[in-house]
Unconditional design. Structure first.
Length: 172
């Protein structure tokens, strides 16, 4: 619940910080950038009844197609603890996401992004799910803060979450 209450504050802070003058583009055309981040993930819908807030780590490779548009490749690891509620025999959820997408800078430092790919489930029942995610974020001097909505769907029902990612980027 605290995450939902802090979203308007984060949005306002991103807006104010985006107004600062900057001459540098976050991902210039024909260049690569690698950013590494930590994620806090909140399960949605029925998954929230069975799983605690998750944690994760991801690496994202960015390639600038133009000064405003970049192609992204993202992979990492997500972990959700099973709460142990009810008479269910469920397990912790571990997902290895492998996604490709686009990141578009609306104004300097503020972007929207979308990704699609697969999630490799690592539990006693290994599975593969389709992942679709979208979000927005703010970058400044290497720091990358983003919010996302992600839907993992396929066999064994879906698993939706919202996430806050804080990362740091390096030019390659």
């Amino acid at each position: 619940m605290r995450i939902i209450k802090t979203i308007p504050l984060v949005l306002f802070a991103l807006f104010v910080l985006s107004l600062t003058k900057t001459n540098a583009q976050s991902i210039p055309k024909n260049t690569f950038k690698l950013d590494v981040g930590a994620e806090a993930l909140r399960p949605l819908s029925a998954a929230n009844d069975f799983y605690d807030i998750g944690i994760g780590g991801t690496a994202r490779l960015n390639y600038g197609l133009t000064d405003k548009l970049a192609v992204t490749l993202t992979s990492g690891y997500y972990h959700f603890n099973y709460k142990g509620s009810g008479n269910y025999n469920l397990y912790d959820v571990n997902i290895i996401p492998i996604k490709a997408g686009l990141k578009y800078f609306l104004i300097p430092n503020v972007y929207v992004n979308g990704e699609a790919g697969v999630g490799l489930g690592r539990t006693p029942i290994n599975y593969t799910k389709t992942i679709i995610s979208g979000g927005f974020g703010w970058v400044y001097k290497g720091l990358d803060v983003g919010l996302k909505y992600e839907n993992n769907f396929g066999r064994y029902d879906g698993f939706k979450n919202i996430g806050l990612r804080v990362g740091y980027g390096f030019k390659l």
